[in-house]
Ligand binder design. Sequence first.
Ligand code: PLP
Length: 399
Amino acid sequence: MPGFELFGEKEKQNVQDVLETGVLMRYGFDGPRNGHWKAKELEAALCHRMQVKHAQVVSSGTAALTVALASAGVGAGDEVILPTFTFVASFESVLAIGAVPILVDVDDTLTLSPLAVENAITPKTRVVMPVHMCGSMADLNALKTLCDIHNLILLEDACQAIGGSFEGKPLGSYGDLGCFSFDYVKTITCGEGGAMITNNPDFYKNADHYSDHGHDHVGSNRGAESHPFLGYNYRISELNAAVGCAQIARLDEFVGIQEKNYNIIFEALKNIDGVTFRRIPMGGVQNYSFLNFFLPTEDITRKAHLAFGDGGVDACFYWYDNNWHYYRKWEHLINLTSLGRLPEEVQKNLPDYSKTNFSVSDSWIGRTISCLIKLSWAETEVQERANKMATIIRDVLKS
Ligand SMILES: *Cc1c(COP(=O)(O)O)cnc(C)c1O
């Protein structure tokens, strides 16, 4: 998945362009910037690649999610439904605007179970946030139907699946809002950065203002701009955006390499009795950033993961025991530990996640191994790795 593996001359040249002007900020300074508007250029490239009308590039994926929620007018006490399996950033963005993260089960897609979403909808629900974890997507068709019936906003956290698609639409563009991260370990990187995309002109206008202190960006005198509503600073710098411009141009090349490497490993594992694969919803195309598979029991899965480590097969993850990605280890959320006092609505309405029954999620994530697909592997290296993985899995399944 990591864009940092393939870093070329174009990235350097783009950064050099910005350094030569000395204008590191994305707004204003029209004269001295000498025609370089890297953040705007990245936004235009995203609109083109994702086939959407609007893109707002910001300082991180977490910022993109926060800005997306704020742009849709989501606020204190509103409920946002999201999966038990995600990165902590997804619920952080919900808490950041005073809303309540409602975790629900995942299914064999390793993302939101539409049934679990339906059961969690209340009069306070405003948003359904599928998280396309590890390169593949939720059943967006089923989720969109639910959102239409209940008048909810569909916000795709596509931070780990940029370049994938569903029913012919780029992931992130299917819902009302979609978000990407360009942090250092994502498929394409800016160092730190993120983006929100939408076809809704009001959401876009709100995001444009909100991510820059509420500035309305009318006229060229920044000091004279008015502030229609309160905002914050989620701006990206021109330096980061410059790297992103070079990387987005290589997105399809990166996804192509991932697909090739993925398929070599998939071929080696697909006929092993006891190995099954994550379900890709009908109409979906992955970005192949991870190969995700299930083993028969939690015990066997843990053993196989350990054996991978011992056997030198790196970059394979057992999320069930991982601190970042699965609710079991989010004790700061479970105990609602924060530096300052959280809004009353969050304290009162956050479910007690130490008591919630997520046995369906446990039954999937407890048996999941996800192997990162790298861009920099040589073909012989991937083949060796695939053979090694197959041998290790067969041995563990026999024992
Ligand atoms: C990386 C990531 C984010 C947040 O992105 P940052 O740029 O690191 O803030 C959000 N959601 C998911 C699923 C991610 O993997």
